[in-house]
Structures are given as C-alpha cells and as structure tokens.
Design a binder for this molecule. Structure first.
Ligand SMILES: [Zn+2]
Length: 118
C-alpha cells in the first residue's frame, strides 16, 4: 500500500467517525459505510451528507472541513506541507493529527491570534 493510500484511509475513517455521531437512520448509516469505498458521490448521497453536516456542531464541522482539505492536498501532492510557512510538517505530528494543515509553530501562533480575537 502506498503511504498516500494509507493516509487517505486514515482521514476517511476519521471523517466517518465524526459523521457517525449524528447518524439517526439506517439509510444514513448505510451511506456512511459505503462512502469510504466509493469516491463517486451520487445525488442522494450528497443530500444525506448535507443533512448530517447540518446536525454536526461547529467544532466537528470544522474538523470535517480540515479533513476534506487534507484529502484535496493529498490528491494534489501538497499533503504534509504547512499552509502558513510552507515547510514540511513533521511526520510525528501528521501521525497524531493526520488532517493537520499547519506545523506546530504556525498552529500555535494561529491559535494565539484566534484567542486574542475573542
Ligand atoms: Zn508552519
């Protein structure tokens, strides 16, 4: 298995676990279970996803957006690069937080700025 496939799988599982918290019907569960394998999103499935997204709280939604962004970067060959400083994010950090968009230093600076804005 290529490392990229491995990371993608990890991200998709994380994403699925977030959605699983708000699943209420069997149909939705079914959608969730098949989503990991199929990359084609059909119309009905997309509606399911919108419905589930609506039920998630802000934090979970932000996490899913982060995961989606990491998946896009993975496809583009940009995965693992800090979005702020452009340096490589250390492997240990990516293992702990596969969806990390920034290196530790940038993430901390960003959080500090976000806290100051409150
Ligand atoms: Zn950085």
């Amino acid at each position: 298995m290529r490392p990229v496939d491995d990371i993608r799988k990890k991200l998709l599982i994380q994403r699925r676990n977030l959605f699983r918290q708000v699943v209420q019907t069997e149909d939705e569960l079914l959608w969730l279970e098949t989503d990991v394998e199929s990359e084609v999103e059909e119309r009905g499935q997309e509606e399911d996803m919108v419905r589930l997204l609506d039920r998630l709280d802000g934090r979970a939604k932000a996490e899913i957006e982060e995961i989606d962004r990491a998946l896009v970067k993975l496809e583009a060959g940009q995965y693992g690069r800090c979005e702020q400083c452009g340096k490589d994010i250390p492997q240990s950090r990516l293992e702990a937080v596969p969806a990390a968009a920034m290196c530790m230093a940038c993430a901390q600076a960003w959080e500090t700025r976000a806290a100051l804005r409150k």
